[in-house]
Ligand binder design. Structure first.
Ligand code: SF4
Length: 682
């Protein structure tokens, strides 16, 4: 029987992440909102560790609640916080991406359509973000979509990628231009589905490891069932019910929530029962006696204990002369205790030297134990588990090291993502590897670090793009400055902060605000995955000078400002850096002012009172008159009369310059346009 294993086995990123949360220390008792993952083995294991699943937040009054990778309805999160619970949000970033899209689009008046299962907790959580108004579809019937003006289509992260693509094709065929489509199926789901299809085409039978409650596992079974006979198995013992035939090719795939223990168990069961067993004992026996039966250095042998004391163990190895294992060579962790070695006990040892010293042959048990440890590691890496290897030497075309009795070969093409020509610098270094091929008969493993690096890069890439959603705050390091902005590295990806998004007020150089090499928070403004471009904003996270100014100078307060420009209807006065208010001509003095130029000129310092603030339009209405003493009516009249009779030099026509009327950061957008439109400039 031939066994083919999918490359992607074991927990997905989101599940691994949520399980990591359960390993931390929190205020007790600790609960998960719903079963943390759809796998009863894991749920039982958590319960044994005192972490229980609850379905209703009202059932708990204290402690910690961990939100699983599917996320939770918004009202559950609100209620948990209201109750003062310690909320740990382990929602998978891919699910969060869908949640953010839906919240944003719903707020902008879109009809939300979710391709998925309406009873799935992830879908329920997403639907809560549009107040449960989403249209949830699980087939390709799009009749209803045409009835909505604006539609936002998303998919459950574990939905069938093929079916979703069919829907997308249908939408473009039907010319439904008002539908905005977001492919929110997560990459791990897509890869596993693709692999399941390819693998099942080569197999007679496919074992799909996972739980019957797991949506992505059921989807894999459905896909495999199209091309071969698929069986859902959660534990190795279930394999007994399957009739395998001699010569069958059997595939093994696993859902994203299938634990490694179950996968290893199934693989081992299949290998032990249906593939040619490795005759370990035979190999060892050959090794022990050697091909010509003579003693040689490093020969592995079975010996019998005759006595043990503080100095070591005396052994019989079938010759007239005794063998001896020194205490330091007896145990791996230097935990040698003579009492552990009884007469007649059989030990697996290595001959240190084929020449007797002081009438004794010296053996080491420790060295064999070390090899055995390494061989145990070999068993754990069969299903793709990552292992470490110290490189011992280079050879033609790659690197070599030892794992137990196995020689590990890492081809030069598998060390890094690019081919490595110079192998010497890797000698003595530790590599993180995954096996590509294990040949038990030859004790050889071919392994790759490149596969891990590629997988991690892809994972990082997916997480990065799932997180850079407009509005999200990210932390990044300023890598460089150019004349049009700053380059910022976020999780290793280059993003741009355009010069217009650096500060609200004018500045001389970008370095004044963003220092190269330093880290800052930025808000994502735009992310275009196809073009690989992300625009960030810095000023958007800083207080707008207008908001700072009105906080400092509320309505009724008085402030001394500088006249920045004169208009026929009044004067603009800067009350804080970059923030201006208007003193209307009628508020310029405690006497009648016919011409504003009679009382103010640009650069004058003037005491003004804040009369009104319009935060929406970012306008401040000022009065100088309110800071002056009230004059008796007669005095006002006299002053007015004097002003009237005063001869006045002919005045040039006022020219309204755009920059003079600048009021906020938005140059060219005169906030007083609405005031000006009703005023005739003479
Ligand atoms: S299947 Fe995808 S979306 Fe779901 S938890 Fe795993 S990584 Fe996250």
């Amino acid at each position: 029987m031939k066994i083919l294993r999918a490359k992607n086995l074991g927990f997905c990123y989101g599940v691994r992440r949520s399980l990591e949360f359960t390993e931390r220390q929190y205020p007790s008792p600790v609960y998960t909102y719903g079963e943390l993952i759809h796998n009863s083995l894991i749920v039982d294991k958590l319960a044994n560790n005192g972490i229980f699943a609850i379905d209703d937040i009202e059932n708990i009054e204290e402690g910690t609640v961990i939100i699983r990778s599917h996320g939770a309805p918004k009202e559950v999160l609100i209620r948990a916080k209201e109750k003062g619970l310690n909320v740990i949000d382990a929602t998978c970033p891919f699910v969060n991406r869908t949640r953010k899209i839906v919240s944003e689009k719903y707020a902008n008046g879109y009809k939300i359509v979710i391709f998925g299962k309406k009873e799935h907790p992830e879908v329920i959580g997403i639907n809560s973000l549009c107040d449960y108004t989403a249209l949830i579809i699980d087939n390709e019937d799009l009749t209803d979509l045409a009835t909505y003006e604006k539609v936002c289509l998303v998919a459950q992260t574990t939905a069938s990628a093929k079916k979703f693509q069919n829907i997308v094709n249908k939408i473009s065929k039907d010319g439904l231009k008002t539908v905005e489509i977001f492919d929110t199926i997560c990459y791990t789901t897509q890869e596993r589905q693709k692999e399941a299809e390819q693998l099942s085409k080569l197999c007679d039978k496919v074992l799909v490891i996972g739980d019957a409650k797991s949506s992505n596992t059921l989807k894999l079974k459905e896909i495999c069932g199209r091309f071969s006979t698929a069986y859902l198995v959660s534990e190795a013992k279930e394999l007994a019910r399957i009739n395998f035939n001699v010569g069958d090719t059997v595939g093994i795939v696993a859902g994203a929530s299938a634990p490694n223990e179950s996968i290893t168990e199934v693989i081992q069961y299949m290998e032990n029962n249906y593939t040619e067993a490795q005759n370990e004992e035979f190999l060892q026996a050959v090794d022990a006696v050697g091909t010509n039966g003579k003693l040689r250095d490093g020969k592995r042998m079975k010996v019998k204990v005759t006595a043990a004391d503080e100095k070591g163990i005396t052994v019989d190895f079938g010759m007239k002369i005794d063998g001896h294992i020194a205490a330091a060579e007896a145990a791996l962790d230097d935990s040698y205790n003579p009492a552990d070695y009884t007469q007649g006990m059989e030990l697996d040892v290595i001959l240190l030297s084929a020449k007797a010293e002081d009438g004794l042959y010296r053996f080491s048990k420790k060295k064999v134990d070390k090899i055995k440890e390494g061989d145990k590691v070999v068993d754990t890496i069969r299903d793709g588990e990552v292992f470490e290897l110290v490189v011992e030497r280079d050879t033609k075309g790659g690197l070599l090291g030892k794992l137990g009795t196995y020689t590990v070969f890492v081809p030069a093409s598998q060390i890094k993502e690019k081919y490595v020509h110079d192998l010497k610098p890797f000698i003595g270094k530790t590599l993180r590897l995954t096996q590509l091929e294990i040949d038990d008969a030859k004790r050889r493993i071919v392994a790759s670090q490149k596969v891990i690096l590629e997988r991690e890069r892809k994972e990082r890439e997916e997480i990065f793009w799932a997180n850079v959603i407009p509005g999200v705050i990210v932390n990044g390091k300023v890598k460089g400055i150019s004349k049009f902005g700053a380059f910022v590295s976020v999780d290793g990806y280059d993003c741009l902060v355009h010069i217009s998004d650096i500060a609200w007020t004018k500045f001389k150089s970008i370095e004044e605000i963003l220092k190269p090499g330093k880290k800052y928070d930025f808000v994502v403004l735009k992310a275009d995955r196809e073009k690989g471009k992300v625009s960030l904003g810095y000023k958007q996270l800083q207080k707008h000078p207008f908001d700072a100014a009105i906080e400092e100078h509320p309505v009724g307060s008085e402030v001394v400002g500088k006249v920045t420009s004169i208009m026929p209807f009044g004067a603009f006065v800067e009350v804080a850096t970059g923030v201006e208010g208007l003193v209307h001509v009628s508020e310029a003095s405690n006497t009648f002012v016919k011409n504003i130029n009679d009382v103010y000129k640009v650069g004058d310092e003037v005491k003004v009172k804040i009369l009104a603030i319009d935060p929406e339009a970012k306008k401040i209405t000022l009065s100088a008159k309110a800071c002056m003493p009230e004059l008796p009516e007669e005095e006002k009249a006299v002053k007015a009369e004097k002003k009237e009779s005063k001869p006045r030099a002919p005045r040039k026509k006022e020219v309204v310059k755009e920059e003079d009327s600048e009021w906020s950061e938005d140059a060219g957008n005169n906030p007083f346009a609405d005031l000006l439109k009703d005023i005739e400039v003479k």
